[in-house]
Ligand binder design. Structure first.
Ligand code: FES
Ligand code: MG
Length: 573
């Protein structure tokens, strides 16, 4: 590519007043002309923050990306962008996913950027960065933050998230003392990096690797491994080549790419959050992807990764076993991937997988000996979820997958917290726990409340799973017979708003059905009496969000971002 063909040339390369000004300001940045003029400007979008433990190493990694960019003849510029810390940001970073997506798109659009390296990995960060980058449609390469090392406590391996829930239930059941709890606090998350179970973070970074938006093998490299430093530098070198060859995201993101992403999520036994994020990402690519695509893929793709919470191992084991290339080679061998599509290396997926190996058949199973023949995900419909709901049934107790029980209804999370452990709550292990007002608008932000806690009285009796139904999401590290993403949500008058205590609810996963066993006339009477709740936010970002957010089955993007239409390039002069 000639320097005058670069997008940044329009800022720096001409003879007009603005070019003169931009060059003068580059001198102010401390740069000599020969250091940057005519070179592709690579934006390094960094989601580092002092409050984001999953990204705490990304300052250093940005330097390593920059090293690679310089080596390949590019000009690296770091841009700090919003940090979405799954742990600390409330009510949930999901409220802000689209904000980071907008920031990503607009940074790339408004500055003299030729290509971008995107640094992140904690849950919503990955879809946010890629939604924005897909809309901007420049060459872009993702560098996943990488999972943390295995957790450890008294000789036991701990999974972040998953074991937090498990040990907290033990605590509530009176089985753990203060000392044990303090030790667990030090052992659950013991290095920088994203959750090392197959939570939303690793599900999304692995899906994005399968899509061909990272260098091969990137997603499973532990955050603190020296290989992660080398990945960063190699990504810096590669993005310069991607700019030279004009390999924009839209050349990688085809309909087949998204189907392969769904296939990968299912084979990983991945997080249900991926359903929402991949639908939203596909929307930015102008590719229709819906809930039924997930159900169709999940019926034919086996779960091959034996990683918690659906399986036994952790991401560090998955890395040693061959990582995403190992998994993809198994899927490709079973004819389940589109191997002729181009990936970020400029080669085809099939070419990249030709040398991929699996080193441990326990962790990455052969297709003939899967963790589960199906069961990664199922999409349910019925009069309780006319626009669909999702369940990850490998993470549930099998006897609950066909179940009818009386509803115990909670109106929002505060009500749930207030009453769930009340000894007088009329609940048995056959009850169906229902949480409403926890959807995209009602939550707001669709918080991860979907794994409703088991009432303490039942926990003490040894009950560890019950059918739960909500319009919320669930953490990828959670488990249980939790029906999630019920659409439309109760806040907008979905049928969930009409459920009353004692109503029979039937979950039938084999039939893909979720039914409220109340007759239509009674439901119509209840609907006539229903009044919409007050707005959650009347000003600020929350009000913008409420005016434009779509429901879960459409990916919870903003309606004005998920559509085609004129959005002109700025004229820098
Ligand atoms: Fe960041 Fe789990 S909290 S990935
Ligand atoms: Mg999570």
């Amino acid at each position: 590519m000639k320097p005058e063909d670069l997008r940044s040339h329009r800022w720096f390369g001409g003879g007009e007043l603005r070019d003169f000004s931009h060059r003068a300001r580059a001198r102010q940045l401390g740069l000599n002309p020969e250091e940057h003029l005519g070179k592709p400007l690579i934006a390094i979008l960094n989601t580092w923050s002092g409050i984001n433990p999953c990204h705490m190493h990304l300052r250093e990694r940005a330097e390593q990306v920059a090293r690679g960019v310089w080596q390949a003849g590019g000009f690296p510029v770091e841009f700090p962008v919003a940090t979405l810390s799954e742990t600390y940001q409330k009510p949930t970073p999901m409220l802000y996913r689209n904000l980071l997506a907008m920031e990503t798109e607009e940074v790339l659009r408004s500055y003299p950027v030729d290509g971008a390296v995107l640094l992140g990995g904690c849950d919503k960060t990955t879809p946010a960065l890629l939604m924005g980058a897909a809309s901007a449609d420049l060459p872009a390469l993702f560098v996943p933050a990488g999972p943390m090392l295995r957790g450890h406590w008294r000789g036991t391996t701990l999974g972040s998230g998953t074991d937090m829930w498990k040990y907290w239930d033990d605590r509530r059941a009176g089985l753990l003392g203060d000392r044990e709890l303090a030790e667990l606090e030090s052992g659950l998350a013991r290095s920088p990096g994203t959750c090392m179970t197959m939570g939303t973070a690793s599900t999304m970074t692995a899906a994005v690797e399968a899509m061909g938006l990272t260098l091969p093998g990137a997603a499973a490299i532990p955050a603190v491994d020296s290989a992660h430093h080398r990945l960063a530098a190699a990504s810096g070198r590669r993005i310069v080549e991607m700019v030279a060859s004009g390999l924009t995201l839209s050349k990688i993101l085809t309909a087949a790419t998204y189907v392969d992403a769904v296939t990968t999520v299912v084979a990983l036994g991945g997080s249900t959050n991926a359903v929402i994020h991949l639908i939203a990402m596909a929307g930015r690519s102008g590719i229709p992807l819906g809930l039924d695509d997930f159900d169709r893929v999940a019926r034919r793709v086996p779960v091959l990764a034996d990683v918690r919470p659906g399986g036994r191992y952790l991401m560090e084991d998955f890395y040693y076993a061959g990582g995403v290339p190992g998994l993809l080679s198994r899927l490709a061998g079973a004819g389940l991937l589109h191997t002729d599509r181009v990936v970020a290396t400029g080669r085809t997926l099939g070419e990249e997988l030709a040398d991929a190996l699996v080193h441990d058949d326990d962790v990455i199973r052969p297709a003939a000996n899967p963790v589960a023949a199906e069961g990664g995900l199922a999409v349910l419909r019925g009069n309780l979820a006319p626009d669909g709901a999702v369940i990850k049934h490998i993470a549930a107790e099998p006897h609950l997958l066909r179940h009818t029980g009386p509803a115990v209804v909670f109106d929002g999370y505060a009500d749930l917290k207030h009453r769930i452990d009340d000894p007088a709550l009329p609940v048995t292990e056959r009850s169906v726990l229902v949480l409403r007002d926890a959807g995209p608008l009602g939550g707001p932000g669709m918080p991860e409340y979907g794994m409703l806690p088991i009432p303490a009285r039942l926990l003490a009796e040894g009950v560890r799973d019950m059918v739960r139904v909500s319009d919320a999401r669930m953490s990828g590290t959670s488990y249980g017979a939790c029906v999630l993403h019920v659409a439309p949500e109760s806040y907008v008058g979905g049928p969930l708003a009409l459920v009353r205590d004692g109503d029979p609810i039937t979950l039938d996963v084999p039939a893909r059905a979720l039914t409220l066993d109340v007759d239509d006339a009674e439901l119509a009477r209840r609907r006539a009496a229903w009044r919409p709740p007050a707005p959650r936010h009347e000003r600020g970002y929350g009000a913008l969000y409420a005016a434009h957010i779509t429901q879960a089955d459409r990916g919870c993007d903003f309606d004005f971002l998920a559509r085609a239409g004129a959005n002109p390039e700025p004229d820098p002069r």
